[in-house]
Write a protein that binds this ligand. Structure first.
Ligand code: UDP
Ligand code: MG
Length: 327
């Protein structure tokens, strides 16, 4: 008999009292479906992470833990740490105790029918399966436009992101273990996925409107997330300053030469060169210096993130009389 897959579902919840009454039974139904129709272990479970909510979210989660013993687990964060941190708390909690985890928003805007497809891709060998929104009809126009702009900008900065993938994804236990090796504090989980190694697949689906309540991602939080994405994955903005500094310095040097020869040939007004040469040269030198400092800051930034230098996919070895022979 093939081994059953123990699956877990992680959903961060911030002030979600309006949706949890509907979401929790739907998640239980989904788990049942996984067990009955998709070869998942009856011990599969969902983890609801309360991200410092101020409404009755935690009371609802605690109640669900009692009502569905073993199937709903609750984690309460002491304050609003943000969606990415809440998600990480859930992922860390399930690391080592499931074969695969699916992360999903508590408002269940993502199409639940896509989840069994993710499981199929996982069974076919994918370590990570990214949910990709095809139609974003349920999103306001402003969100659609800013999202498109963000993905274009990230591509220009050389960051490997799958367009329209938010944080609905399946990760294998191996991908979870690899994620745990990344020491960075500022999180942008979707940017980390390509760095976790292993086969990545995508599953497309449409999104529906929020079940109830308002978006917990106001413009301020969206901008903060986008900025974290840029600054956590690209040193290009610093490099642009370096190149600009080099360019400005070169042009100012030419201008200074021109000013100098104008003086030598007696074509310059008295006092003009002594003002313009330091102005050009100093301006250029300052830009160049900022660029060089930026390069070092870039190196510090890479170091402090403490990302693993490598991740091992597999080790093969044969033990021959006490001596290990590598394949
Ligand atoms: N969320 C969270 N902490 C926050 C903001 C949001 O845990 O500080 C959760 C929220 O409860 C939801 C998910 O993140 O489960 C996505 O938020 P939302 O659905 O409001 O975002 P949108 O779909 O509007 O982008
Ligand atoms: Mg939502």
């Amino acid at each position: 008999m093939p081994e059953l897959t123990r699956i877990s579902i992680v959903a961060p919840c911030y002030n979600e009292e309006a949706v949890l009454g509907t979401s929790i039974p739907k998640l239980i139904q989904l788990l049942d479906d996984f067990v009955v129709h998709h070869g998942c272990a009856p011990s599969s479970f969902a983890v609801l992470v309360d991200d410092g909510s101020r409404d009755s979210t935690w009371a609802i989660i605690s109640d669900a833990v009692e009502r569905y013993p073993g199937r709903i687990h609750g984690i309460k964060l002491s304050c609003n740490a943000g969606h990415q941190s809440a998600l990480l708390a859930g992922l860390t909690y399930v690391t080592g105790c499931c074969d695969a985890v699916i992360s999903i928003d508590a408002d269940l805007q993502d199409d639940l029918n896509a989840l069994p497809l993710m499981l199929e891709e996982f069974r076919a060998g994918a370590e990570i399966v990214l949910g990709v929104k095809t139609a974003r009809d349920a999103d306001p126009l402003f969100k659609k436009m800013t999202a498109a702009l963000f993905y274009k900008g990230m591509r220009w900065l050389g960051v490997d992101l799958v367009e329209n993938h938010a944080d609905c994804r399946l990760m294998s236990s191996k991908a979870l273990e690899n994620l745990a090796k990344f020491g960075e504090r500022v999180l942008f989980l979707r940017g980390l996925q390509p760095l976790l190694h292993g086969k990545i697949k995508t599953v497309s689906y449409g999104i529906s409107p929020r079940l109830a309540g308002e978006s917990k991602y106001p413009l301020k939080k969206m901008l903060a997330l986008a900025w974290n994405g840029v600054t956590s994955f690209s040193v290009t903005p610093l490099r642009v300053i370096s190149w600009l500094g080099g360019g400005v310095f070169f042009v100012s040097f030419l201008f200074s030469l021109h000013a100098f020869f104008s003086v030598v040939q007696g074509e310059a007004l008295p006092g003009w060169a002594s003002v313009t040469i330091p102005l050009y040269l100093l301006g250029g030198a300052i830009m160049l210096a900022v660029g060089i400092v930026g390069e070092y800051v870039g190196k510090i930034y890479v170091e402090v993130k403490g990302r693993p230098r490598y991740l091992i996919d597999a080790v093969v070895a044969r033990d021959v009389g006490g001596v290990t022979e590598n394949d």
